[in-house]
Ligand binder design. Structure first.
Ligand code: ZN
Length: 282
């Protein structure tokens, strides 16, 4: 019988939900996370699962924000972006509630696992997801490295400008403060434009914003390279929609190999599904 697996990508604002049929993502839907408390998050997760109730799924594969122990499928720590989520055994909760095998891993780890599988990667690679913050992960050529605390690869909080901009993690000058989609949005606002237009505007102020952001991307790539050698940098996140315009500019300024995510906003669900499969076959 064809295998059917529900995949969830749980973020602070939305839960993306999809159904894999015979290994292919066949359909998707999107729900608000309602992150006010564990109870509201659980009801949002239930809604995202039960949307596929007619499908008779064989399992549930989760990619989630927060520090997730991928072996036990448990949230070890989450910020207040997901209130009450720290300590939540999402894998067990899903298994008890729906009677099918579940799995869970961090969304940054999942996105890179999805990319690595799709590209059949055999080289060391870093992935940065440019969103509200900067998600990151590292693939060593064989597997995604989770680290002992399940936080390995969070390069967004590496310091690239000592004494630079204050970050919500308590440090100053984190990569995230310079290259995230939010950082770009701020720079655009100061120049009287928006990220959707800045790459095509062509006026002097817009060009200055773009130049500064591209320089920051290069500095971020170098900062990461110093602590973790890699051969390929993969960028994901909403900013990739305009990558056709900014990638050539980046390539003029760095000799390192950089590419855009091939899976874009389904990378988390793809990785979650691959992890579910892998767990089942060990
Ligand atoms: Zn930080």
């Amino acid at each position: 019988m064809t295998e059917r697996v529900i995949a969830l990508d749980i973020g602070g604002t939305f839960i993306k939900s999809g159904i894999f049929v015979g290994g292919k993502l066949a359909d998707t839907a999107k729900f608000p996370t309602r992150a006010q408390s564990l109870q509201t998050i659980q009801s949002a997760v239930a809604q995202a699962v039960e949307y596929w109730k007619d499908v008779q799924a064989d399992g549930i594969a989760v990619s989630s924000a927060g520090d997730i122990d991928p072996y036990r499928g448990r949230c070890v720590y989450a910020t207040d972006n997901l209130k009450g989520y720290s300590g939540f055994d999402i894998k067990s909760w899903l298994e008890e509630r729906y009677g099918v095998r579940a799995s869970a891993l961090n969304d940054g780890h999942a996105a890179l696992l999805g990319e690595a599988c799709r590209r059949e990667l055999t080289m060391p690679a870093v992935m940065l997801t440019l969103g509200t913050g900067v998600g990151g992960a590292y693939f060593d050529g064989k597997e995604v490295v989770f680290g002992e605390d399940y936080r390995y690869g969070r390069f967004g909080h590496l310091v690239m400008c000592p004494d630079g901009k204050k970050c919500n993690c308590g440090q100053r000058g984190c990569i995230e403060q310079y290259i995230s989609a939010s950082a770009l949005k701020e720079k655009c606002a100061a120049a009287g434009t928006v990220p959707e237009k800045v790459f095509s505007n062509g006026d002097a102020r817009s060009r200055a914003v773009v130049d500064e952001w591209i320089d920051d991307l290069c500095r971020a790539m170098e900062t990461i390279y110093r602590v973790q050698k890699y051969e390929l940098m993969i960028f994901g996140g909403g900013v990739c929609g305009s990558a056709q315009r900014w990638m050539p500019l980046l390539k003029q300024k760095t000799s390192r190999r950089a590419e855009i995510s091939v899976l874009l906003n389904t990378a988390g669900m793809e990785g979650a599904y691959r992890w579910w499969c892998k767990n089942g076959k060990i």
